[in-house]
Design a binder for this molecule. Structure first.
Ligand code: ATP
Ligand code: MG
Length: 358
């Protein structure tokens, strides 16, 4: 009976893995969409250079890290290579005015946000049936680096890592509405960190190495590894890494997805634990992120640390700080629901449809 059980599981895993690949492939952005986005980036860069000639406009987030879905937003970051530059909020105001005058974008400057940005969008048109949405920020070098870190992880094992991440993004976003930090749930960035944490620190043998803990090939100076006091070093020679390191974990994508849902619905210690891709499972206590007792005057900090995911470089920053009590309840509920559906081993295509139904 046990053998029959194992072979049934294997059949389900093979079928589900194939269904996951097929599902994800049709959600990737087209060549055309990527070309349009690159054109938009170039156009915006040209315009910004009329204000700041020494500036570059770089893309980060999903458009740059290999985890982009069809019609995802564009995250852009402007770097200015000169010593006398305007403040980010002045740049936002000026750029907002300029884009309003010179382009057809809907423009919304947010100069006083925690991170000042200009929000842009284009309404759908025949050439661009889904429109385009884009945020431009300034000097956000840590975001460029964490984008590069995620991209490196994606490159180490493109098939398994990208399929898992892309599936979870669609699942959390379009279908289950647990991907909105403004409404108390988690950002895509947060979900990607959960996946990478799981693949480095939970799976045994690990699917991914810990790039931030690998020894550098040659000594490097403090200046070269730190941005604004944060250590941003990681092993980024992925070609070399692929020659020297190979995971001995042979789980299929489906196996990993099933385990991912099980781990986050049953095993992760939400009350005391912090998921850190750099350091493994940490304690809230050791980071000063513990839940305060209700009724205390630290009500605010309590709400911030329901769910704790350490940023890979800004280690005093909880990426999941927006997640509220209700939001976490909802997220865990969805992890459990997914786990339950997959445990029944329905036909794979039906399982994915059911997982992602609205
Ligand atoms: P999507 O396709 O849903 O836009 P994405 O991969 O672009 O997904 P976002 O959540 O939009 O992910 O994040 C884009 C970038 O913004 C991340 O790579 C990260 O640099 C930064 N970022 C987003 N959310 C946070 C956060 N809570 N804390 C720190 N940085 C964040
Ligand atoms: Mg984005």
């Amino acid at each position: 009976a046990q053998r029959r059980h194992a072979s049934k599981h294997r059949f389900f895993a093979v079928e589900l893995s194939q269904a996951l690949f097929d599902f994800v492939i049709q959600l990737l952005p087209t060549q055309e969409e990527m070309a349009v986005k690159e054109d938009v980036r170039k156009l915006l860069e040209r315009l910004i250079r009329t204000i700041e000639p020494d500036s570059r406009l770089l893309s980060f987030g999903s458009t740059a890290n290999g985890f982009s879905l069809r019609n995802s937003d564009m995250d852009l970051c402007c770097l200015i290579d000169s010593d006398e530059r305007l403040s980010a909020s002045d740049m936002v105001t000026m750029l907002g005015d300029l884009l309003e005058r010179e382009t057809k974008f809907n423009v919304k400057p947010l100069p006083h946000a925690r991170i000042p940005i200009v929000k842009l969008s284009l309404d759908p048109s025949p050439g661009l049936p889904l429109g385009i949405a884009c945020d431009i920020g300034f000097e956000n070098r840590l975001a460029l680096e964490n984008t590069r870190l995620l991209m490196c992880y994606a490159m180490i094992d493109p098939t398994r890592v990208r399929t898992l991440v892309l599936f979870l993004k669609v699942w959390s976003k379009r279908s289950r509405s647990i991907n909105s930090p403004y409404q108390g749930t988690l950002s895509s960035y947060g979900y990607v960190l959960l996946v990478i944490y799981f693949l480095i620190h939970v799976k045994n043998p690990p699917v991914l190495p810990n790039l931030q803990q690998m020894p550098p090939l040659r000594p490097i100076s403090q200046e070269d590894t730190h941005i604004g006091g944060h250590n941003t070093w990681f092993f980024d020679d992925i070609e070399l890494l692929r020659q020297r390191w190979q995971s001995s974990n042979t789980d299929s994508v489906a196996d990993l997805l099933i385990d991912f849902f099980r781990y986050y619905s049953r095993d992760f210690t939400y009350n005391t634990g912090v998921a850190s891709i750099r350091g493994g499972l940490l304690k809230k206590e050791s980071k000063g992120w513990q839940n305060e007792l209700s009724g205390s005057r630290y009500n605010d900090s309590r709400e911030r640390n329901r769910f704790c995911i350490e940023d890979p470089f800004e280690i005093d920053f909880n990426v999941a700080r927006c997640v509220t009590k209700e939001g976490l309840y909802q997220i865990r509920g969805e992890f459990m629901r997914a786990s339950r559906i997959l445990a029944m081993r329905p036909r794979a295509v039906a399982a994915l449809a059911q997982l992602c139904e609205e």
